[in-house]
Design a protein around this ligand. Structure first.
Ligand SMILES: *Cc1c(COP(=O)(O)O)cnc(C)c1O
Length: 417
């Protein structure tokens, strides 16, 4: 399979270096697995909760139990876990619109840590010129710029005023070079916001962050958070959906925005049933561990080949993203093609750069996933432009990540000689 002696030596050497870092995340996974089991026990999960209902879904016990379990694991008063959310962006946008729209505590949204994720910029209206963005609907938007590539508590304090309804805090780096936020970081930001305006709602975009630490954003003081079920919290087997957890009144507002005023969280059926959502949550901490191992190993291999990688092998990780700066557009192609060849799905196809709506440069991506677009499964992508950064994330089993990354690197090496 891998015959290049140099590559095999790099693999062995890298595995030695990463062992202590693997151990750190094994402990976190153990803690979080126990947390999920305790939630199942405390909520008295049984197999009849896996059965779906139809139509309105009144008294759908599976749906209600799933909400209860998520609230328990993520330490919220209540939760809204729904296959009806089409993506993480949908869960985030629904929450944002719901909590902005009512009450007289201000009309301003602040993004606390630089620009938010691309799709959220479209929702807010800081990018593009849609007529239905939050800005076009009359909300005011402010962005607190990064300072030294990190959050700036003083400027956050100064930005919040009596008109600030929501502060949006993105836990993951997204596709930026800033560091992701730890729960301690989130706690510091929330404290500063609360000090300035006790009515302001601190809303965390939790995508990619779940189970990377032993605590979650509500434990840092945030009021509400949302995320995707085809990332960490779905364990790689939830086939669609999103979740919202937090203060009960805010979660119920979100449920009424997702459905209709007067309906809320007591309706909604899902005939295929809920087993994969429960089982996905059960697998979540372990799958996050697998993905983190893949990311750390990638950093160790990348640096041995002379590439700039971020985060570094030894950096603390609060999301799943590993970036690696390759040397040319061609190397980005070789990397993605080499990784794709080790995918469980579509391994026989070869990715090439293509244009995507909303992006100015062509994008290349590798990702043969069981769930369409799932980024908790191993995938890699990046815009073809300097510094030729490939963002790699996910990986349900470390063995696969190892094969994928070595396949990627071998393909580059073969084209060098
Ligand atoms: C993935 C992600 C989202 C939502 O993306 P979807 O593709 O809509 O699920 C939002 N914010 C961050 C930081 C993300 O990583």
């Amino acid at each position: 399979m891998f015959t290049n002696q140099n590559l095999l030596a790099i693999k062995e050497d890298a595995l030695k270096e990463v062992a202590p870092y693997f151990a750190r995340y094994e402990e976190i996974s153990l803690f979080n697995t126990k947390k999920v089991l305790e939630a199942f026990k405390s909520c008295q999960l049984s197999d009849y909760h896996f059965t779906g209902t139809s139509g309105y879904g009144y008294n759908d016990q599976g749906r209600e139990k799933l909400d209860q379990v998520f609230a328990h694991v993520f330490k919220g008063e209540s939760a809204l876990v729904r296959p009806h959310f089409v993506s993480g962006t949908h869960a985030l946008a629904t929450t944002l619109m719901a909590i902005l729209g009512v009450g007289d505590h201000g009309k301003t949204i602040i993004s606390a840590v630089g620009s938010p994720y691309d799709t959220m910029q479209t929702v807010i209206g800081s990018k593009g010129d849609r007529k239905d963005s939050l800005i076009k609907r009359g909300f005011t938007y402010k962005e607190v710029p990064l300072k030294d590539n990190s959050y700036d508590l003083e400027s956050i304090y100064n930005a919040v005023d009596e008109d600030t309804r929501v502060v949006l805090i993105q836990r993951s780096r997204g596709y930026s070079t800033r560091e992701p936020l730890s729960i301690d970081d989130i706690g510091r930001i929330v404290d500063v916001v609360k000090k300035k305006n006790a009515h302001t709602i601190c809303f965390v975009d939790n995508c990619y962050g779940e189970f990377t630490e032993t605590r979650e954003p509500l434990e840092g003081g945030a009021h509400i958070m949302a995320g995707s079920l085809i990332k960490n919290a779905g364990g790689g087997i939830a086939s669609t959906g999103g979740y919202v957890v937090g203060r009960a009144d805010l979660v119920e507002l979100t449920a009424e925005y997702l459905t209709a005023p007067g309906l809320g969280s007591h309706m909604g059926s899902y005939a295929p049933g809920y087993r994969l959502f429960f089982q996905g949550l059960f697998l979540g901490p372990h799958v996050v561990l697998q993905a983190l191992k893949g990311a750390i190993f990638t950093a160790a291999v990348g640096k041995r080949l002379g590439y700039d990688v971020f985060p570094q092998v030894e950096s603390p990780r609060f999301d799943l993203i590993q970036a690696i700066n390759l040397k040319s557009p061609k190397e980005m192609e070789y990397f993605c093609q080499g990784m794709q060849a080790y995918s469980p799905v579509d391994a026989h196809v070869s990715p090439i750069p293509g244009t995507m709506p909303g992006y100015s440069d062509p994008i290349i991506m590798a990702g043969g996933t069981f769930v369409q677009g799932s980024s908790i499964e191993l995938s890699a992508d990046g815009p073809i432009r300097e510094p030729y950064t490939i963002y790699m994330q996910g990986g349900l089993v470390f063995e696969h990540s190892l094969l994928g990354i070595l396949g990627a690197v071998q393909n580059i090496l073969e084209h060098r000689s």
